[in-house]
Design a protein around this ligand. Structure first.
Ligand code: FES
Ligand code: FES
Length: 160
């Protein structure tokens, strides 16, 4: 049965009538037109659908929408501010950390969760944290470099 729930996405409140067990990924993409969050495996195994809920990375393909009602959600569309890319987005471009780009939104959301929890991660810590995000193009080395570069920039600019 459908219910009215409130979703708070990228700082905007939405009241939606939805099946409470519908997956968050589908509500974001189909009801809110936020198609930056990608559908990969649909089973919580690839990280393409990663978004932040209260700053923590979650897999939106296995998250029923009712579980995140009223909690702040950030998608890739909410990462840049005031027309300026986030330092992590800049770093991905600067070190060319993408090929097809399909995994990139999920990589960036997971990378942001990591940098929020640990502003100065070691290479090992980055690899361990990002382990659940799959890149079929194999750009892992450059993704690690992009996160290291962003961490440096963010510490210098005192940004989150
Ligand atoms: S699509 Fe969600 S983890 Fe793969
Ligand atoms: S850049 Fe193609 S899947 Fe990662």
């Amino acid at each position: 049965m459908r219910e009215v729930i409130e979703l708070q996405v990228n700082g905007i409140r939405h009241r939606l009538e939805v099946e409470p067990n519908r997956r968050l990924l589908d509500v974001l993409r189909e009801d809110l037109d936020l198609t930056g969050t990608k559908y990969g495996c649909g089973e919580g195994q690839c990280g393409a659908c990663t978004v932040l809920v209260e700053g923590r990375a979650i897999r939106s393909c296995i998250t029923p929408v009712h579980l995140v009602a009223g909690r702040p959600i950030t998608t890739i569309e909410g990462v840049a501010h005031g027309g300026r890319l986030h330092p992590l987005q800049e770093a991905f471009l600067e070190v060319d950390a993408l090929q097809c780009g399909y995994c990139t939104p999920g990589m960036i959301m997971s990378g942001l969760a990591l940098l929020t929890a640990n502003p100065d991660p070691s290479e090992d810590e980055i690899i361990r944290f990002m382990n659940g995000n799959i890149c079929r193009c194999g750009t892992y080395g450059r993704i690690v470099r992009a996160i290291q570069r962003a961490a440096q920039k963010m510490r210098k600019e005192n940004r989150r």
